[in-house]
Design a binder for this molecule. Structure first.
Ligand code: SAM
Length: 378
């Protein structure tokens, strides 16, 4: 019985046996060597996005392994950095990674994550609560027609959504979406890092909802994942004393099979960073969270400022290491994380392994697990 509920676990076992997947072995040009450094040899046609599930998984893993190295504090040599970036390019770059990834919002796969969000927005009447102050409240209830909910047509101001890590997706007529991504794949997606996207100056220009769908698990720095939770506050428009919503989607295994994170632990981190969980749902592969800003205190703060380090929440070797750390300060840039942080994380990971009853697998195996869930192979 695999330790995951993923139907494709057997594919991963194949990879663990270090069998080189087809797309990595395919030679585009026998003469094309591995540049000056043989360790950079990745025999892949950059234009070819792997078609098979196992090959896609291998690409995601390979890309993520490099992404993690780029986020490492040990990476101080600019030449090493260049090599790693080049390696990613040879894999097809972020575009190939995106094409190979499973996306919660991908309409061709049913747009699973956006569907869930839209349902919640309608049910919670998000964007309607501050409409027409002093006017009679609009009653919005669905009627059931042929067993399906039909929502009445109502006048509503356009709801504003900031879709972070959007790649290329989605629009609804009554939602005004601003989409940003590190590497946009469509003209309407703005090329921004979330941490650099300018905060709107007026409340009217702010957003009702910020979406981080399968984005936190993409971020290689654990501390930056926490910063994403803190940073999202700035973009939300306050409505009465409460504020707007943050929508988070993660691979389910980030919470159900992580050594350092569970549903309860994530809920505590959310509370501490100023969020009340309003709706939560798990599908077979994804976990969905719609959270709302807590009431601000007299100083305008919504969180308790607590520092969250990596803490073990469940033992066992057959676990992934996905977690979120929360620390004050600015988001860290790749390669500039303090060495002390990494030492501390490694020490904690070692202790966790030592405590594990079934601590039999080699470290490399654990590493695989982490890459897998740091990636978005869901
Ligand atoms: C797996 S895709 C998720 C796509 C889509 N949101 C979905 O749910 O299917 C993750 C995307 O997040 C983007 N991303 C990661 N960190 C980001 C950041 N700090 N700012 C903007 N985009 C980011 C990546 O470029 C990547 O395209």
């Amino acid at each position: 019985m695999p330790h995951t509920n993923n139907a494709y676990a057997s594919d991963r076992k194949a990879n663990r046996a270090r069998r080189k997947p087809a797309f990595l072995t395919k030679r585009v040009n026998a003469k094309k060597p591995s540049a000056a450094d043989p360790s950079l040899a990745v025999d892949i046609d950059p234009a070819t996005v792997p078609k098979g599930r196992a090959d896609k998984t291998a690409l995601i893993r390979a890309y993520h392994a490099i992404e993690k190295q780029l986020a490492s504090p040990g990476l101080t040599d600019p030449e090493e950095r260049k090599k790693l970036v080049k390696k990613q390019e040879e894999l097809g770059g972020l575009a190939a990674y995106q094409a190979a990834s499973v996306h919660g919002g991908d309409k061709s796969r049913g747009g699973e994550s956006s569907k869930w969000l839209i349902k919640q927005i309608k049910e919670l009447k998000i964007g309607l609560e501050d409409k027409g102050k002093g006017k009679e409240k609009v009653k919005v209830e669905p009627t059931i027609v042929d067993g399906k909910k039909v929502w009445p047509k109502i006048e509503r101001r356009e709801l504003r959504l900031l879709d972070v890590g959007a790649i290329a997706d989605a629009d609804w007529p009554w939602i005004s979406t601003v989409s940003i991504d590190l590497n946009p794949q469509a003209p309407h997606v703005l090329p921004y890092n979330f941490f650099d996207y300018p905060v709107p100056k007026t409340d009217d220009d702010k957003f009702d909802v910020v979406a981080l769908s399968l984005v936190m698990n993409f971020e290689g720095s654990l501390v930056n994942r926490g910063h994403m939770l803190l940073h999202a506050h700035s973009y939300l428009r306050p409505s009465a004393s409460l504020g707007g919503y943050l929508y988070i989607v993660l691979p389910l295994q980030c919470l159900t099979n992580s050594r350092y994170l569970s549903h309860d632990h994530f809920r505590s981190i959310l509370a501490s960073t100023g969020w009340d969980v309003i709706k939560q749902h798990d599908s077979a592969k994804l976990t969905y969270w719609l959270v709302r800003q807590k009431e601000a205190d007299a100083d305008g703060k919504r969180g308790d400022g607590k520092v969250w380090k990596r803490e073990e929440v469940r033992a066992g070797v057959h676990r992934n290491n996905f977690t979120v750390r929360v620390e004050p300060g600015e988001p860290v840039e790749r390669g500039t994380r303090k060495e002390q942080e990494e030492k501390e994380e490694n020490k904690q990971a070692e202790e966790a392994k030592g405590n594990a009853v079934e601590a039999t697998l080699p470290a490399a195996e654990d590493e695989d697990e982490e890459e897998e869930w740091g990636g978005i192979d869901v």
